[in-house]
Design a protein around this ligand. Structure first.
Ligand SMILES: [Zn+2]
Length: 75
């Protein structure tokens, strides 16, 4: 039986949904982006990075690094 202790390759992030209160983890494969218009007086496109809340599908744009010592604190 395989059990992942620490996932490789992708850094985990943690976010709290400000709309429904859901706390969840994700990694950069879950981050989506969309165009958010252009900066005023330029042709530089704004890109919005977001993840979707797994509970209510809201766009979450703020998150923090998943604490790597999380598991040790639990033991
Ligand atoms: Zn939510």
């Amino acid at each position: 039986m395989i059990e992942i202790i620490k996932e490789g390759k992708y850094d985990k992030k943690i976010a709290t949904c400000q709309f429904c209160g859901c706390e969840f983890t994700f990694d950069k494969r879950d981050v989506q982006s969309r165009s958010d218009g252009e900066f005023p007086f330029t042709r530089i496109e704004k890109t919005l990075l977001y993840v979707l809340c797994p509970c209510c599908n809201a766009e979450i744009r703020e998150w923090s690094d998943y604490p790597t010592n999380h598991k040790q604190n639990e033991l």
